[in-house]
Design a protein around this ligand. Structure first.
Ligand code: UD1
Length: 417
């Protein structure tokens, strides 16, 4: 297993370029199942989760080429409608294939994705939506069988604005003739990006107040689509600069998608200046001010940035509360931060972080994607050497994180297993 070794206490400086959004690219690549025509998707980050998605598409009968961050997908024979556990277990987002397969072939058999380090992560909201659209759902030996003689439009109120369920139902309803109304759907930029892509393929999806109306069409065409910038990667670099009291510029990003983070960084004592596709951050005051956060669906504070915010708040003058309201177990990084010197007290879904920590380098272990990234940030501000193990978690969501940070002057290296 690869590791990162980090020599801490270094200031960062210069520009860092953000890749395309992983969470946007995954459903957009999967939406190619809705058509036999050619789909060209640009600004796709080269990540393990993307390779896993390509494996799924190839298994299902697509020809996929991935070069220079562009994916070209064409038809390659007939389409299968089952996805075995070996493919699903690598990546939960494979469950997003259910919507397109059901819409086009009236059938999908997909192994139930299990939980993961951050929570149980059920798929009941996806399945309730498919039932409303007329599908029958059965569970057999760890597989979910979804089938329908004919799908029908419906009014679906999501019990929670789940990002995955919103994406799955939007893809499915696009090919269900008639008017489907989706209420309480997720408003994440990644959902908007999928809607733009689907509309580019000929879907008829529009917002009406707080509802999304999908006028189903008979057929969707190919697409040439560019994925939006990764707002979580953007946030990671902004927080990395804040933790190390550095001045950097993040480029190729979309500042409007990180609004709440930018506001909180300003409140914590940083100058944050946005250009059209860039953000500059520099320290404004000597002390970092504690800023409490509660994770929430967009436009609230992203759950993915919560572990990173905890590293910054460990540097604050005073105590800060961080509440995790999306996932029930997204605090695995806390024990590792404590090993590096953080003073964090947990009570249920709230962490109280006593500021003023001087992190010291240690051997630590990533437990999940963003938890791993937060250990890298702690390593950047720690004295001495930090070794972050199980870097494969970080590689799932960051394209060459160590090379990009080294470009800002960080002393970080990958040690190959
Ligand atoms: C979530 C985040 C998203 C982030 C992604 C990757 C939110 C609202 N969503 O999206 O911003 O990019 O993780 O870390 O912050 N749930 C159910 N039943 C379902 C589906 C979901 O109970 O059928 C629950 C989940 O267990 C979780 C919550 O709803 O507690 C949010 O899930 P969802 O938005 O679907 O997760 P992701 O799509 O993975």
């Amino acid at each position: 297993m690869d590791k990162f070794t980090i020599q801490g206490n270094t200031k960062l400086t210069g520009q860092i370029k953000v890749s395309g959004s992983k969470n946007s690219a995954l459903p957009i690549i999967i939406s190619s199942l809705l058509t036999d025509e050619k789909c060209v998707i640009k600004n796709v980050p080269n990540l393990h989760d993307i390779s896993s998605t390509i494996d799924i598409l190839q298994y299902l009968g697509k020809k996929v080429e991935f070069k220079n961050n562009t994916i070209t997908i064409t038809k390659n024979g007939c389409c299968k409608t089952d996805i075995p556990y070996e493919l699903v277990k690598k990546m939960r987002a494979s469950f997003l294939s259910a919507g397109p397969l059901l819409a086009r072939y009236k059938h999908a058999t997909i192994s139930l994705p299990g939980g993961c380090a951050i929570g149980i992560r059920p798929v009941d909201i996806h399945l309730k939506g498919f039932s409303k659209l007329g599908a029958k759902i059965k569970q057999k030996g760890g597989d979910i069988l979804i089938s329908a003689k004919k799908l029908k439009p419906a009014k679906i109120i999501l019990g929670f604005p789940s990002v995955g369920a919103s994406q799955n139902l939007l893809m499915c309803a696009s090919l269900v003739e008639g008017k489907t109304i989706l209420e309480n759907i997720a408003r994440e930029p990644e959902v908007d990006d999928l809607i733009n892509c689907l509309n580019g393929m000929g879907a008829k999806i529009s917002y009406q107040a707080n509802k999304v109306i999908v006028e189903g069409v008979k057929k969707l065409s190919g697409i040439n689509h560019t994925v939006i910038a990764d707002r979580i990667e953007t946030g990671t670099y902004l927080i990395a600069a804040a933790c190390t009291k550095s001045t950097i510029e993040v480029i190729n990003c979309e500042p409007e998608n990180d609004e709440i983070l930018i506001e909180y960084l300003q409140e914590a004592g940083f100058n944050v200046k946005c250009g059209k596709n860039s953000i500059k951050i520099s320290p404004r005051t000597k002390n970092v001010k504690p800023v409490h956060i509660k994770t929430a669906p967009y436009p609230g504070f992203a759950t993915d940035l919560q572990p990173l915010w905890m590293v910054l708040m460990s540097q604050a003058k005073g105590t800060c509360e961080v509440s995790e309201d999306i996932f029930e177990n997204r605090f695995m990084h806390v024990a590792e931060l404590v090993r590096m010197g953080a003073n964090i007290h947990m009570e249920g879904k709230t962490a109280s972080i006593m500021g003023g920590t001087s992190f010291t380098g240690a051997n630590v272990m990533s437990s999940d994607l963003r938890g791993g990234a937060c250990l890298v940030l702690a390593g950047l501000c720690a004295s001495g050497e930090t070794v972050v193990d199980r870097v494969y978690h970080i590689d799932r969501g960051y394209e060459q994180l160590e090379k990009k940070l080294a470009g800002l002057g960080a002393k970080i290296k990958r040690k190959k297993a």
